[in-house]
Design a protein around this ligand. Structure first.
Ligand code: CUA
Length: 267
């Protein structure tokens, strides 16, 4: 049978088989050695409109990201080196992209749909998340940051890990604990440090009860009303030495209470 086939045809058959085989090998190589996974639509996943970070095992996390005009929630995420993260992505308004620089995570945020991809972060560093799908006026400034560090251990990350800072906080003051979570998830962490270092905004350390001087010379005591006003109307009062750059986060009154309780604990 084989002998009867024309020589050119044989060559073509051989080349075609080799090409098909090499494609399969490359796919296997990408999946196994490069750990490239295919983003998947999650038809059974419940839609969500709030971001969250959950520890689901040893160095295993599930993060729900919300994309909206024109930012991501959480704006900043801090993870320990070696963390494997399930990214779940939803959009509040239009189509957005979700691309994590330096990784193979490349997702679309589509309204009404939850998309998912898994990524392990082996190297410490700053990973930039960008929206790579044109989504309107603010598209080019739509970004977020994932910081992977070996200075954070899982005990600090995991809100239920016994002995962790968050756990102690939770035991003593559940409201402050959820405030701390909001602080991390809603991006306050990007501008307000906890160790006294001034950043884009004033540090939360020792903030509660302090007398702050505003740009116009007005002196204000940091109490619940001031914090609520600063979150609801970020531009109402600007502390001297800082710019009017705080975004409107749209926190609910309950969330503001929790953040206030948390700020009280940062001494
Ligand atoms: Cu969102 Cu571009």
């Amino acid at each position: 049978m084989w002998e009867k086939i024309d020589k050119t045809e044989k060559t073509i058959l051989l080349v075609a088989s080799l090409v098909s085989a090499s494609h399969l090998l490359l796919i296997a190589f990408a999946a196994i050695f490069l750990e490239i996974s295919v983003p998947t639509c999650q038809p059974n996943e419940k839609l969500f409109d709030h971001s969250s970070l959950q520890s689901v095992g040893y160095r295993r996390y599930e993060v729900h990201y919300v994309a909206k005009m024109w930012n991501f929630e959480p704006k900043k995420l801090v993870l320990p080196v070696g963390a494997t993260v399930d990214f779940f992505l939803a959009s509040k308004d239009v189509n957005h992209g979700f691309n994590i620089d330096g990784t193979n995570v490349n997702l679309m945020a589509v309204p009404g749909v939850v998309n998912r991809e898994v990524q392990t972060f082996r190297a410490p560093g700053i990973y930039h998340v960008v929206c790579h799908e044109y989504c309107g006026y603010g598209h080019q400034n739509m970004n977020a940051v994932i910081e992977v560090t070996d200075r954070v251990n899982e005990a600090q990350m995991d809100p239920v890990e016994p002995g962790s800072i968050a756990h102690e906080l939770k035991e003593a003051n559940p409201l402050a604990a959820s405030g701390k979570k909001l602080y991390q998830l809603r991006g306050c962490v990007a501008c307000h440090s906890l160790d006294g270092t001034p950043a884009t905004g004033p540090s939360f350390k020792g903030l509660w009860g302090r007398i702050e001087e505003m740009q116009d010379g007005l002196k204000v005591k940091v109490d619940a009303a001031y914090i609520a006003e600063s979150i609801k109307m970020p531009q109402a009062k600007i502390v001297k030495g800082y710019g009017p750059v705080m975004p409107l986060l749209g926190l609910t009154d309950d969330e503001i209470n929790a953040v206030t309780e948390f700020i009280k604990t940062v001494k």
